[in-house]
Ligand binder design. Sequence first.
Ligand SMILES: *[C@@H]1O[C@H](CO)[C@@H](O)[C@H](O)[C@H]1NC(C)=O
Ligand SMILES: *[C@@H]1O[C@H](CO)[C@@H](O)[C@H](O)[C@H]1NC(C)=O
Ligand SMILES: *[C@@H]1O[C@H](CO)[C@@H](O)[C@H](O)[C@H]1NC(C)=O
Ligand SMILES: *[C@@H]1O[C@H](CO)[C@@H](O)[C@H](O)[C@H]1NC(C)=O
Ligand SMILES: *[C@@H]1O[C@H](CO)[C@@H](O)[C@H](O)[C@H]1NC(C)=O
Ligand SMILES: *[C@@H]1O[C@H](CO)[C@@H](O)[C@H](O)[C@H]1NC(C)=O
Ligand SMILES: *[C@@H]1O[C@H](CO)[C@@H](O)[C@H](O)[C@H]1NC(C)=O
Ligand SMILES: *[C@@H]1O[C@H](CO)[C@@H](O)[C@H](O)[C@H]1NC(C)=O
Ligand SMILES: *[C@@H]1O[C@H](CO)[C@@H](O)[C@H](O)[C@H]1NC(C)=O
Ligand SMILES: *[C@@H]1O[C@H](CO)[C@@H](O)[C@H](O)[C@H]1NC(C)=O
Length: 751
Amino acid sequence: MNIISIIRLLWRIIILSRCYGAAAPIAKPNCTTHCGDVAIPFPFGIGPNKDCYLDEWFQIDCRHDNSTTSINYSRHAPFLKSVNLELLSIFPFEDGTQSVQVKNPITFFRCEGKETRQPQNLTGSPFIYSRTHNIFIAVGCKLFAQMSSDHETIAGCGSICHNNTDGDYDNCYEGIGCCQDTLPRNKLTSAFSIEIPSNPMGDCKYAFLVETDWFANNLTNFRDVKDMDSVPVVLDWILNVHDYGERFREKPDLTRNQSTPFCTSNYDFTWYNRTRMICICPPGMEGNPYLLQPCQDIEECKGSNQCGDDVCENVAGGYSCYSNINGRIRICTHFASSLHHNNTNTTCHFIPTRGQASRTIILGLGSGVGLLFLLIGAWWVHKIVKKRKTIARKKMFFKRNGGLLLEQQLLSGEVNLDKIKLFNSKELEKATNNFSIDRILGQGGQGTVYKGMLADGRIVAVKKSKMVDKSKLSKFINEVVILSQINHRNVVQIMGCCLETEVPLLVYEFIPNGTLSEYIQGQIEEFPLTWDMRLQIATEVAGALSYLHGAVSFPIYHRDIKSANILLDEKYRAKIADFGTSRSISIDQTHLTTCVHGTFGYLDPEYFQSSQFTEKSDVYSFGVVLVELLTGQNPISAVTGSQEEEYRSLATYFITSMQEDRLFDLVDARFLEEGSETEIQVVANLARRCLNLNRRNRPTMREVTSELEAVQMSRKPSISAQQNSEGVDFVEDDSVGNWDVESLSEVSASY
Ligand SMILES: *[C@@H]1O[C@H](CO)[C@@H](O)[C@H](O)[C@H]1NC(C)=O
Ligand SMILES: *[C@@H]1O[C@H](CO)[C@@H](O)[C@H](O)[C@H]1NC(C)=O
Ligand SMILES: *[C@@H]1O[C@H](CO)[C@@H](O)[C@H](O)[C@H]1NC(C)=O
Ligand SMILES: *[C@@H]1O[C@H](CO)[C@@H](O)[C@H](O)[C@H]1NC(C)=O
Ligand SMILES: *[C@@H]1O[C@H](CO)[C@@H](O)[C@H](O)[C@H]1NC(C)=O
Ligand SMILES: *[C@@H]1O[C@H](CO)[C@@H](O)[C@H](O)[C@H]1NC(C)=O
Ligand SMILES: *[C@@H]1O[C@H](CO)[C@@H](O)[C@H](O)[C@H]1NC(C)=O
Ligand SMILES: *[C@@H]1O[C@H](CO)[C@@H](O)[C@H](O)[C@H]1NC(C)=O
Ligand SMILES: *[C@@H]1O[C@H](CO)[C@@H](O)[C@H](O)[C@H]1NC(C)=O
Ligand SMILES: *[C@@H]1O[C@H](CO)[C@@H](O)[C@H](O)[C@H]1NC(C)=O
């Protein structure tokens, strides 16, 4: 590293650790800035002093909070006096506009102990219901709800009924037990009323306008709203140029180094006869522009480092990054170039490293010992800063990926520590050679799977998941933990995970011989699976499914059984993989209502129609795998000879063939030599029963398993008996039952 750059780095670090000046004022002098925890920036202000707020529309009443939910009676709550709404916060957006978040009443219909309250009429005030930050929501089964204003419907939505839906935001989006609509573009909404016109069921329904972010992120279940009286809603406010233009005169000439705020009516907002004025601090500056006092420079280098690993220095209206490019120091200065503070205009230049500058500094330093000392110090400081940054980043990912939750559960002793290991990211990077392309084993909807070798020589498969939805993380962790409790020799074993990286990584035992589908569909021709092996694989898969359905303290439905999800190990034993869509359910839930998941061709037709997944849906999919094993054909194939694209479902074709007594046309001729006709007939009959269109007539996995075992036993009595005795070994651990299993958990565990 170049001496000059080290000296500069050291110097910058010293500069950076200095304290900066006080924060910009938000209110007029001698005015109260806060009510309770809420900051009140001008033009809003707390009375009685009239100078503290712009005019009576913006007056804030700081009242005692008498609400019964608050234990702390000395708490104060701000109210927008002019419209009598409780204020939650006043916050600026990046474009310089400000919005206020207020409590908006929920409109209940026929709900016990709740009166039907309509939202506040804001007509005539500077406030409107924000179109961009709010959403209209109605909760209830089979309803139609609408928002109307001046006898005109401005928003409305309808929902269908489903008894078992969880209160997920996603369901609300899909109109299941809840529905939503946005406000119209072409209209300012300052007043509206909510109606639910017909309610034949006569049960409790409710609707409300709510802040979209809050509804999507702060609520885990939309039905929680039922116990509230109000929800947050965002109001925009307008300074009409006709009324306020004199006070906030436009100051169009803006130069970068000026810090005076400017006000403009020439902005995006011209609404009817009201032209909105807004005041803004110049780019790169912050403060309350409505005070018409100089704004203050934003200290971009504080907090997260804008320059990545390089040194950041704050300058007026922007920041500079110092980087070392092959021993030369490059300074890039980023000026905020628009009201969006994230847009920057960047100029870069190199500073001379040889010549006058360096000579002066070196001469100035005098002795070589001093220089060496400084050098080591600088290197050390730089190293520490860099390391801290990396650690902070890893910690952030760890937290975001649900690591804290998992750690907590590990500490509470509910998880078998031998089963699940928290790998660190270095370990896995090393194991997979930095996730190199030549280590990729497969790529699927769930993520990419890499082959890796751990330091102790064990071969593993590392799955790099696709980005996990934040809200699903606790469920994700829950599922990883549940999977760690499954210990069945025909289920792929999860070894651990790594949460320090941007996306979670999952580590599995490595299964060397590929997927069953590759063998069935003849991709691996040199090794055809014999009838014995097929029977063995079918029995093993059936046994594992039977175990998942019944043997654990709570049932787990795989939901995506197909030959591509059955892996074969070095002895061609089957291992079920891909629990990506699997769900575990509590015992008192007999079935599961969901969006249709699974693979076409293997899907239970009844599930397709009813969206209800039961253990019999897995049985159907297993039936398709059984037919694949018997016939060696694809579950879906294009019908040859037809003009348009037509597809034939193997399951249907198989059933018709059996009805027409053409079974042996379909079955691979080789098997007739290897196995007896009776055996094949028995397995085919079993497959046919699994594929019964009526779930009730399908056998359970336990029955399927014992029938397959019986066929095997009749072939090789001694060997089969031996294998059965060691077939199932699972951890019988009651703590599994304590998991939050009724929250339908998801995990990406496929490969
Ligand atoms: C603020 O209050 C102090 C003392 O009460 C007074 O001297 C000062 O003039 C006030 N400032 C303004 C701007 O009202
Ligand atoms: C709280 O109670 C006091 C007197 O009991 C009343 O004057 C005040 O208006 C109440 N505040 C609210 C926010 O209801
Ligand atoms: C109640 O609120 C006041 C101010 O809002 C605060 O100073 C006090 O500590 C709070 N008391 C409790 C018990 O939370
Ligand atoms: C929902 O439950 C009600 C009674 O609890 C029942 O009448 C109705 O048929 C159920 N609807 C569905 C779709 O299951
Ligand atoms: C709101 O108030 C205005 C007059 O103040 C009235 O014309 C309008 O109908 C009201 N709107 C609603 C939805 O109540
Ligand atoms: C919503 O959640 C965020 C983040 O947890 C929090 O900062 C915010 O105060 C919450 N909003 C409300 C209205 O509770
Ligand atoms: C603003 O920039 C001009 C020219 O770039 C310079 O002469 C002037 O001193 C600057 N003013 C301030 C306050 O930095
Ligand atoms: C807009 O202003 C013009 C004149 O200033 C007036 O004639 C017109 O009625 C106003 N329109 C509305 C919708 O207020
Ligand atoms: C900058 O901010 C705007 C407004 O929030 C946003 O739409 C845009 O995506 C941001 N751009 C970047 C690069 O973050
Ligand atoms: C960026 O800065 C350069 C030089 O200061 C200027 O010529 C250019 O117009 C600026 N670009 C933008 C988008 O502001």
